[in-house]
Design a protein around this ligand. Structure first.
Ligand code: SF4
Length: 250
């Protein structure tokens, strides 16, 4: 049996709708990959390859090579069994991701100095009976923790201050390295007609926020262990949920 673990995605899923959490992580019902997820995964894995090269050899992947990597990743993902592009054309989705990856290669990659890429953590905390798992996208040589996002529109400037994923990763960084990161950063690739980038930065989280995240994680695990799962019906939650049919039988 799989040892139970918690991650920021799992916490977010549980807090958005506990029944959705139950379908996804307890029953493990399949969830099809949609167009946005396809683009996000293809871009993310291509950027990861470029950052790994830079971390290991201190060189920028040439744009042509990066675009070849993107194309291969995109087509590989199309072979995934459970995929639902919701009527969107593959070529349009591919072009969107192509534009985002190219922009990353031209505008962001040259200024990066990565030391660790996809840094895995498995941590235990006294108040949390599950292992806290995750992967930090990138840690720079000077200790800045970065996460890459693809988004339909720009984020508000202060959204980085309350982003739960960065709070969780900041806590993980502190436990791995014995100190806080130098700063936090979001590299956002925006899927507008002409793609653009947005970079948000801030200092590390203070102790109060880290303790708050620990409490959120501990209490979420306690709720999961209570085995009480309730539909949290709202247009916002349900319009993107893959489990509508199962939910109606609740
Ligand atoms: S359809 Fe809505 S209420 Fe039902 S599981 Fe999904 S998000 Fe929750």
């Amino acid at each position: 049996m799989e040892h139970p673990y918690i991650s920021v995605s799992r916490i977010r899923c549980y807090l958005s709708c506990s029944l959705k959490y139950y379908f996804r992580y307890e029953l493990k019902l399949p969830s099809p990959m949609n167009g946005a997820l396809l683009i996000g995964k293809a871009v993310h894995s291509s950027v990861e390859a470029a950052l790994r090269l830079k971390a290991e050899r201190k060189i920028d992947m040439p744009i042509d090579t990066l675009m070849d990597v993107y194309s291969q990743n995109f087509h590989q993902l199309l072979l995934t069994d459970n995929i639902d592009l919701e009527g969107k054309e593959r070529s349009d989705l591919k072009d969107t991701g192509y534009g985002l990856t190219k922009l990353f290669g031209k505008e962001i990659l040259p200024k990066k100095n990565p030391a660790f890429i996809e840094h895995e953590f498995n941590l235990s905390f006294e108040n949390v009976p599950y292992v806290f798992k995750g992967f930090i996208d990138e840690i720079s040589e000077d200790g800045v923790l970065s996460d890459l996002k693809t988004a339909a529109k720009s984020w508000s400037e202060d959204s980085i201050l309350t982003d739960m994923q960065l709070s969780g990763y900041c806590l993980a960084y502190k436990h791995i390295f014995g100190k806080l990161p130098k700063g936090l950063r979001l590299d956002i690739l925006i899927k507008t007609k002409t793609p653009k980038t947005q970079i948000l930065t801030c200092g590390p989280r203070d102790e109060r926020i880290l303790e708050r995240f620990l409490r959120i994680m501990g209490n979420t695990v306690a709720l999961i262990d209570s085995k009480i799962f309730v539909p949290s019906e709202s247009v916002f939650n349900c319009s993107t949920c893959d489990y509508g049919e199962e939910c109606r039988k609740f």
